[in-house]
Design a protein around this ligand. Structure first.
Ligand SMILES: Cc1cc2nc3c(=O)[nH]c(=O)nc-3n(C[C@H](O)[C@H](O)[C@H](O)COP(=O)(O)O)c2cc1C
Length: 208
């Protein structure tokens, strides 16, 4: 096998986890931590915790916001990731404003297409009975507008989250833990394929 291709295949996959809650005892943060604990071989997870620092999106401050500070940091973190895993609560049948705000920043031309083609996994935890189905559906729609690629599943709709973790924050449900691992595997597989395609395209162009 071509050494370059083999290097791309062997490379670690960097997945950024985003827990969409500013609450210190957030169940969605626990869900992201549970995913990190069950990450497959050669998947490295980094947790992004900057949502609270982002200014509200405003076209008047775009140029300044993209040149330094929390918006620039968000773009850099997302651009450097092979894939994202977003754990969202449901607020009033949709996603929390802090997540919509982050996606609005990421979707702008000055963000350099940080979300374009980015593989994204969506999961969610709620204290309610329906497991964030509506929020996850709303998030799919928003990410579609931003040209990201959402992996189809398996679904993690964590209902009654107040009973889903033990005192140490470990996720009790084996099926949910296994589903998290499968999502990370899907993200790693798809982002590796995307890297191989990009690498092939680069080599074709360099020989043209
Ligand atoms: C403003 C607000 C609206 C909410 N709306 C819903 C809702 O529509 N559906 C639902 O299942 N839970 C709803 N909840 C409950 C949250 O999903 C629950 O508090 C969840 O644990 C928050 O996530 P976190 O633990 O990660 O902070 C709402 C909570 C808040 C604060």
């Amino acid at each position: 096998m071509d050494e370059n291709l083999s290097r791309v295949r062997r490379a670690d996959c960097r997945i950024v986890g985003i827990a969409v809650s500013l609450r210190s005892e957030s169940f969605n943060l626990k869900l992201i931590r549970a995913a990190a604990m069950s990450a497959p071989h050669r998947v490295r997870m980094h947790v992004y915790k900057g949502l609270a620092r982002l200014p509200l999106f405003n076209e008047d401050i775009e140029a300044a916001a993209f040149s330094e500070g929390p918006v620039q940091e968000l773009i850099a973190v997302v651009a450097a990731a092979d894939a994202l895993l977003i754990a969202t609560p449901e607020y009033n049948h949709s996603i929390p404003g802090v997540l919509k705000n982050a996606i609005d920043w990421l979707s702008r031309p000055l963000a350099g297409g940080a979300l374009v083609g980015k593989r994204v996994g969506i999961v969610g935890a709620t204290t309610g009975r329906w497991g964030t189905r509506l929020a996850q559906s709303a998030l799919r729609q928003t990410l579609f507008a931003a040209d990201a690629v959402v992996v189809p599943g398996p679904a993690v709709y964590l209902a009654n989250a107040q009973t889903a973790f033990d005192a140490d924050g470990s996720l009790l449900d084996d099926e949910a833990r296994s589903a998290l691992r499968q999502i990370l595997q899907a993200l790693a597989g798809r982002s590796r394929s995307a890297r191989i395609e990009a690498d092939d395209a680069e080599r074709l162009l360099s020989h043209a």
